[in-house]
Design a protein around this ligand. Structure first.
Ligand code: ZN
Length: 273
């Protein structure tokens, strides 16, 4: 039985300290829906600017998170996520992208990585699977957003491929699969399943047929398989057991809340020594 990588830290965040053996300066975590100022369906720590919450509330919530993490907003990078598999390498030139307006985020990008210090990479979530990456030798850090679309387009493998081009051997990459909707709460239809069934060289497809056109799909496990397929050793991969839909007290859930809900953030940053 593996330990849960995410630990409740403050009301606003769960932190993953699994990689502290490599660096005390790594900041890796996932926000909760609590301890912010947004109202109604966004109550209260909505961090998404594109979901029709009051922008001032979202910025205030983001500031709160920035204070907790000691990463000022000016050091954040956000992207315009489109459920595809594009990965962008982030540099200091991108600092502040998408922090105050969604449209100024890095375009059409669901995966971010950098080898620079004092940059907080962020992505928004409400059920989709956050993937965290770290390569100790080159001090590369990355995150990706894998809903079912990003998963079947193998965004997990795309990150590994991008890092290979940076001379990172997949067998040294560490990965964490974060809080996201579990098989307990995630039913998909034949349309989605056909993409899943088309994936080659994946050991076991983690789904259960419930009835005609209804399947329980375990997206976390599918991403785990894809990370292994890409060359990351199984012992380097940790998986959160948190289900965003089950944990009503902690998380927004797009499915559970009928699409009208806020966004949590996954984040990773490496501070200067
Ligand atoms: Zn669940």
């Amino acid at each position: 039985m593996k330990l849960e990588p995410f630990i409740e830290d403050t009301k606003q965040v769960l932190m993953a300290r699994a990689w502290s053996q490599y660096s005390e300066n790594l900041v890796v975590g996932f926000s909760t829906k609590n301890g912010g100022v947004s109202e109604e369906q966004f109550e209260s720590l909505n961090l998404g600017l594109h979901v029709h919450d009051e922008p001032d509330s979202v910025i205030s919530n983001r500031k709160k998170l920035a204070d907790i993490l000691h990463f000022p907003l000016e050091s954040w990078v956000c992207s315009e996520q489109t459920h595809k598999n594009k990965i962008a390498k982030v540099t200091k030139k991108d600092l502040g992208a998408g922090v105050f307006t969604y449209e100024e985020g890095i375009k059409d990008t669901d995966g971010l990585y950098t080898d620079e210090k004092n940059i907080l990479l962020t992505l928004g979530f409400a059920d989709c699977v956050p993937l965290y990456f770290f390569a100790p030798s080159k001090q590369l850090i990355g995150i990706a957003h894998a809903g079912w679309k990003g998963t079947v387009q193998d965004i997990a493998g795309e990150m590994v491929l991008a890092w290979k081009k940076e001379d990172v051997n997949p067998n040294e990459i560490q990965a964490i699969i974060g809080p996201s909707i579990g098989k307990c709460c995630y039913i998909v239809d034949d349309y989605v399943m056909n993409f899943v069934k088309d994936l080659d060289n994946v050991d076991s497809k983690p789904y259960e047929k419930m009835s005609d056109n209804q399947y329980r799909l375990e997206l976390k496990e599918l991403n785990y398989q894809l990370l292994v397929r890409a060359g990351i050793p199984p012992e380097n991969i940790q998986v959160s057991s948190y289900c965003t839909s089950c944990e009503n007290q902690l998380f927004f859930s797009h499915r559970r809340d009928g699409g009208k809900t806020g966004r949590m953030m996954s984040f990773i940053g490496l501070k200067e020594d």
